[in-house]
Design a protein around this ligand. Structure first.
Ligand code: HEC
Length: 106
């Protein structure tokens, strides 16, 4: 392999992998923390349900991603579920929902 190709490969590998998915790892860590602390205060420490319903992969299976995102963004009026759009960006919310539907963190 030529030096040039090696250099190109190194540049690709050292790129911020998480950023390619939209959020850097510091933000992902913050969101994981929020999921446990804030969301967990209603949805249970392990998100298996409390005042709010479980947010496990099983519980969310089959629910449309868009409607779950809308629930987190706007909350559910008339219930304890608050809207988070003041605190969380669109990417943050989408990331949280994907994390939940993929079964993490549990
Ligand atoms: C103050 C309590 C409270 C907090 C904090 C809270 N939730 Fe909720 N959440 C609820 C309640 C209650 C419901 C059920 C609303 C209903 O009856 O439709 C709910 C519903 C949901 C749903 C829909 C579940 C389903 O099966 O359709 C999702 C997704 C959700 N919450 C995610 C979150 C996330 C993510 C956070 C943190 C960013 C969060 N919630 C924080 C109380 C809360």
């Amino acid at each position: 392999m030529s030096l040039l190709r090696l250099a190109l490969l190194a540049a690709c590998l050292s790129g911020p992998v998480a950023q390619a998915e939209g959020l850097d790892s510091a933000r992902q860590a913050e969101l994981d923390n929020l999921l446990r602390q804030d969301c967990g205060s209603c949805h249970g420490l392990r998100l298996t349900g409390g005042l709010g319903p479980p947010l496990t992969r099983e519980a969310l299976a089959g629910k449309p991603r868009d409607s779950l995102i809308a629930t987190v963004r706007h909350g559910r009026p008339g219930t304890a579920m608050p809207g988070w759009e003041g605190l969380l960006g669109e990417q943050d919310i989408a990331w949280l929902i994907d994390r939940l539907t993929e079964g993490n963190p549990q």
